[in-house]
Every structure is written in structure tokens, then in C-alpha cells.
Ligand binder design. Structure first.
Ligand SMILES: *Cc1c(COP(=O)(O)O)cnc(C)c1O
Length: 390
């Protein structure tokens, strides 16, 4: 008999009823140290008092009006995002996938308006852009597309990191290039700053748009508000979600003016996107994260965690191969099977998230206390020891 929940997830045997900062708590009081943060979503920890206050204040005022009317919190959050980034205009969605859909629609409309026949979007192997028709066609991996054909046409896939293949694929018919500045699901693999710069130059040379998917690596995760800021270059379009809602479903699509302006009245919409509840949280999250002192703390914590993880890898050479990633978007490339290491972690009550390339993702709350970082790595150390003696 089919389970009453569609069985598309292979769930761990725990379920949580409460959260406190970097901790998740089961009904019987068992506490787990959470290095997954809802897959980089709970950027400010569980039950963050500022976010709880923002949500409950809004909840007693107004939940939803639709986009048929003005939404003050939307104007405020859009202004904040425009102020803090390359972008001139913002559309709010409920998820990263919906931001991807709009990125693809906006790209197509842009070239249509220009009267040019450009529909090919170049994407990279190992990438992840969501599970919609456009998202799976963009990422292109067999794992996500198998059985779901015919796929949305207009995507060309290039092996991640293969500069020659990229140069061969890029031409004056290329509509856009879409890339995660740090691959998340792909195994926590940063694109070197030099490559992002090269990508920007290559796109400019043929007039192609550059789309950054910062759904996972954005919102302070790498120690800058957005990951691409480390490289000094900017995209034309950027997808944001996960951390910006701190656990409330919220995404956004940001774009520069000459691209954004093709999306005129009636060309796109969303019933819930930018609703007052989401905006109350989004504003509270942005107020906290888009702050130099906060980001300096993220970088300090990241350095501490990385140093401890390097020690962990050095003491368990049969379990781990290396630490990779940037900021608090860290990956442990495993020698043992990543799922086994994750399960051993569960026994020590520490939560990690698997990724491709036999990696484990460590995506803690950006405000994780130092003592929780120490405790988490101690627990991973015990988990690795248990696997070694198994
Ligand atoms: C999670 C993710 C998405 C999809 O976001 P949803 O909110 O799950 O729709 C897209 N791109 C990247 C890089 C992601 O990590």
C-alpha cells in the first residue's frame, strides 16, 4: 500500500517537535545538534526570537491580500535588496524553484523583446536549480530528469569546470549562462573567483545574460551577503531563497533594470509570492544579515569551524578525505560512504546533510554559538571513531 505521504523522500527515523538555535528536539526531549539548518534555510537558528516576534506581530495584523494591492513589507524588502546588491528590481516567490522559473521566462522574454532568436541557456553538470520542469531541464542530471520527458527544450549542459567545453558551447545564440557560485547539492564546490570573472567576460563578449543561482550560497552563507561578491563581478539575474526566509517559504528573483523591464504588467504573477507574513520575516532576516558586523562574525565562526574540521579530517584519514567549501557552507568529502557517516552522526545526535560526490554538507545557522561548533565537531569525531571500530 502506498504511504499517505507520497514516498519521494527517504527520511531519517527522527522527527522533531521543537527547535532552539542550533538544536532540534524530539517529543521525548532528545536533542540533536543541527548542522543542516533545514538545508541552509534556518540561517538564524530555530525559533529565533526576532523572527518569532516579526511573524507573530504580522500574524495578528494581516496574513494575505494578494498582489492585487500594495504590500508595504514588499516595498521595504525590495528596497533593502536593491540597496544591498547589483539589482534594480525584485520579484518575490515562495521558493527557489519559482525564482528559477522566472529567471528562465525573463531570459526568454528579454531576447524576444530584442528581436533576437536566442533561446539556449548554458548550465553546468552537478548543478541544482529546483524540481520544476524548467529546474530539472536546467540542471539536466539523469537523476532528476529520468522519466519526466519530454523536457523543456533550450538548455545546453557543460561539464562543471571544463573551460574548453564552455567556450565551445558559448556563442552569439546563447541567451544566458546559469550557475551556482558554490554548488550545493553537487557537493559544496565553489567556483573560483577567477572563473566567475572569466564567465562574466565571456558572457559580455557574446552579449549573453549571466544568471547566478544563490538560493543556497547566498544570504550570508559564505561570509558576504551574496557569494559572488567575493569575485567582484555581478550577474544580470540572481535567484535567492532558502536563508532569506529563515524557515518561512520565501524566494526572490533579482535583476538589473534593462533585463527586469521586459516583465511588464500581466507577464508574470504569484498568488502568495511576497505575502505580508513572508515579508515580515524577510525584512527581519535582511536587517540582521545585511550587516557588516554580523557578516564579520560569520567569517570568524567559519574560520573556527574550518580549523576544527581540518583537525577532524586529519585524525580520521580512513573516513574523511578533505574539507571544502567557503564560509559556513562547508563540505566533508568522505572516503567512507557519506550516508554511513551521516548515520553514525545521528547516533551521536548531530545532523548533517548528504550531497553528491560522496560529500556531507555542514550548513549550520549563521549565528551558531562557538561552543556548539566545538560540540558538533566533537560529535562528528566520535561518530568517525565509531565507524572506524565497526
Ligand atoms: C534548494 C535550491 C533550489 C530550489 O529551491 P526550492 O526552494 O527547494 O524550490 C534551487 N537552487 C539551488 C542552488 C538550491 O540549493
Amino acid at each position: 500500500m502506498i504511504p499517505s505521504i507520497l514516498p519521494t523522500y527517504n527520511r531519517a527515523p527522527m522527527s522533531f517537535v521543537r527547535g532552539e538555535g542550533s538544536w532540534l528536539i524530539e517529543e521525548d526531549g532528545t536533542r540533536y545538534l543541527d548542522l543542516g539548518a533545514g538545508i541552509a534555510v534556518n540561517a538564524l537558528g530555530h525559533a529565533n526570537p526576532d523572527l518569532v516576534a516579526a511573524l507573530t506581530a504580522q500574524a495578528s495584523q494581516l496574513w494575505h491580500t494578494s498582489n492585487l494591492y500594495g504590500i508595504p513589507g514588499q516595498q521595504e524588502l525590495a528596497d533593502r535588496l536593491v540597496e544591498a546588491t547589483f539589482a534594480d528590481s525584485v520579484f518575490f516567490t515562495n521558493s527557489g524553484t519559482e525564482a528559477c522559473e522566472l529567471a528562465v521566462k525573463m531570459t526568454r522574454k528579454y531576447w524576444t523583446e530584442k528581436g533576437e532568436n536566442r533561446s539556449e541557456i548554458i548550465a553546468f553538470t552537478g548543478s541544482f536549480h529546483g524540481r520544476s520542469a524548467a529546474g530539472i531541464a536546467a540542471a539536466g542530471s539523469e537523476k532528476m530528469t529520468a522519466g519526466f520527458g519530454p523536457l523543456l527544450p533550450g538548455f545546453t549542459h557543460v561539464p562543471f569546470g571544463d573551460h574548453d567545453a564552455f567556450r565551445a558551447a558559448l556563442n552569439d545564440k546563447t541567451a544566458a549562462v546559469i550557475i551556482e557560485p558554490v554548488q550545493g547539492e553537487g557537493g559544496i564546490i565553489p567556483v573560483p573567483d577567477q572563473c566567475l570573472k572569466g564567465l562574466r567576460d565571456a558572457c559580455d563578449a557574446v552579449g549573453a545574460l549571466l544568471i547566478f543561482d544563490e538560493v543556497q550560497c547566498g544570504m550570508g552563507r559564505t561570509g558576504k551577503l551574496f557569494a559572488h561578491e567575493w569575485s567582484g563581478i555581478t550577474p544580470d539575474i540572481m535567484m535567492v531563497a532558502k536563508g532569506i526566509g529563515g524557515g518561512f517559504p520565501l524566494g526572490a528573483l533579482l535583476a538589473v533594470e534593462h533585463v527586469a523591464k521586459v516583465m511588464t504588467v500581466g507577464t508574470h504573477g504569484s498568488t502568495y509570492g511576497g505575502n505580508p507574513l513572508a515579508m515580515a520575516i524577510g525584512n527581519a532576516v535582511m536587517k540582521t544579515i545585511a550587516d557588516d558586523a554580523f557578516l564579520a562574525e560569520v567569517n570568524r565562526k567559519a574560520a573556527l569551524m574550518r580549523q576544527k574540521l581540518e583537525g577532524l579530517v586529519a585524525s580520521h584519514p580512513d573516513i574523511f578525505e578533505s574539507v571544502r567549501g567557503t564560509g559556513l557552507m562547508l563540505g566533508l568529502k568522505c572516503k567512507a560512504t557519506n550516508a554511513d557517516v551521516m548515520s553514525a552522526g545521528y547516533k551521536e545526535r548531530v545532523l548533517t546533510v548528504p550531497a553528491a560526490d560522496n560529500a556531507l554538507r555542514l550548513l549550520p545557522a549563521l549565528n551558531i554559538p562557538d561552543e556548539d561548533i566545538t560540540e558538533a565537531v566533537n560529535r562528528l569525531d566520535r561518530a568517525a571513531s565509531a565507524l572506524e571500530s565497526a
